[in-house]
Design a protein around this ligand. Structure first.
Ligand SMILES: [Zn+2]
Length: 310
């Protein structure tokens, strides 16, 4: 399973970075896209996304740099042979906006579009193959973060060993449940003898723009991957609070509090990512500021095309 960054710039694109979007790709190839800034269809092609594998798109909020690419992305899915339904999840207003856009632009999608608008502060989502929840986080307009968790993988029976030990089929199920069983001849067989341990499902936390994401903290604890914006360096705390964004300090502190294994900081202000003669800190300096706040978390700065294994 991996996350592919399609766009990593805040507000406006730069020559090297498009506006926000990333794609979560499961081991079986099924894909959910988070946010779709303008030009996301071009980025999807550039980085080899396949239209038939996209199950849906999660929109964090309706600021233009996070959603203006959605109509084009949906059209791209249709042009590239998509016929199965596509799910779109996002704030109230998303459905009306898409309806109007499709009507005015005479767009007919060759698949059913299933729109789910979020109205509550916390909503459980029915995404195929995921246990998912959307939680409202603070920003200038209604904005959500998403937690996607794989189902736990149960213990797996090693059939050859079960047969060799003479464990009859009815007792094998109990071994997989982690129980020790007693055979007719009095021997006991522990689950470790003929089954592999299960594995807790991996979890991914994908946040929208925010200067306070504490509401999602209980759902985000111990995540394998956290993606949060770090629009500003530490010295621009006032700007961050004015615009409802995060500094490196806020993002690093949040990663430490939720004990994220890996944090990828994205939505970086263009002032840090274009050559500027050294007037602003470089991206490496932002990473150092974040890392200082969360020493136990691996920290990476996103860039377009980056693939992060989970
Ligand atoms: Zn925003």
């Amino acid at each position: 399973m991996h996350l592919r960054f399609l766009g990593t710039s805040a507000g406006t694109p730069t020559r090297a970075r498009n506006v926000t979007s990333h794609a979560l790709v499961r081991d079986d190839g099924r894909t959910w896209i988070l946010d779709a800034g303008d030009g996301t269809q071009q980025q999807a092609m550039r980085f080899g996304l396949r239209a038939k594998t996209v199950d849906g798109i999660l929109i964090t909020h309706l600021h233009s740099d996070h959603c203006l690419g959605l109509p084009g992305l949906l059209a791209w899915l249709g042009i590239h042979g998509r016929t199965d339904p596509v799910h779109v999840v996002g704030p109230v207003g998303l459905g009306a906006w898409l309806d109007l856009t499709h009507r005015v632009t005479d767009t007919e999608l060759p698949f059913a579009l299933v729109v789910r608008e979020l109205a509550e502060d916390r909503e459980v989502l029915d995404l195929p193959g995921w246990r998912a929840v959307a939680v409202r986080i603070r920003h200038r307009i209604a904005c959500w973060g998403y937690v996607l968790r794989e189902p736990d993988r149960p213990r797996r029976l090693l059939v050859d060993q079960a047969i060799a030990l003479g464990v009859p089929p009815p007792l094998r199920k109990r071994l997989v449940r982690g129980e020790t069983v007693t055979l007719d001849d009095g021997r006991t067989v522990a689950p470790e003898a003929c089954s592999e341990p299960g594995r807790p499902g991996r979890s991914v936390v994908l946040l929208g723009d925010t200067d306070d994401a504490d509401a999602i903290l209980p759902d985000a604890m111990d995540c394998d991957l956290l993606v949060r914006e770090a629009t500003y360096a530490a010295d621009r705390d006032a700007n961050a609070r004015q615009w409802g964004h995060s500094t490196t300090v806020m993002t690093g502190d949040f990663a430490a509090r939720c004990r994220a294994r890996h944090l990828v900081a994205t939505h970086l202000s263009a002032r840090y990512t274009v050559p500027n003669g050294g007037r602003h800190p470089a991206v490496e300096a932002l990473v150092a500021e974040i890392q200082a706040r969360c020493p136990d978390t691996r920290v990476t700065a996103a860039k377009d095309g980056l693939v992060v294994d989970i």
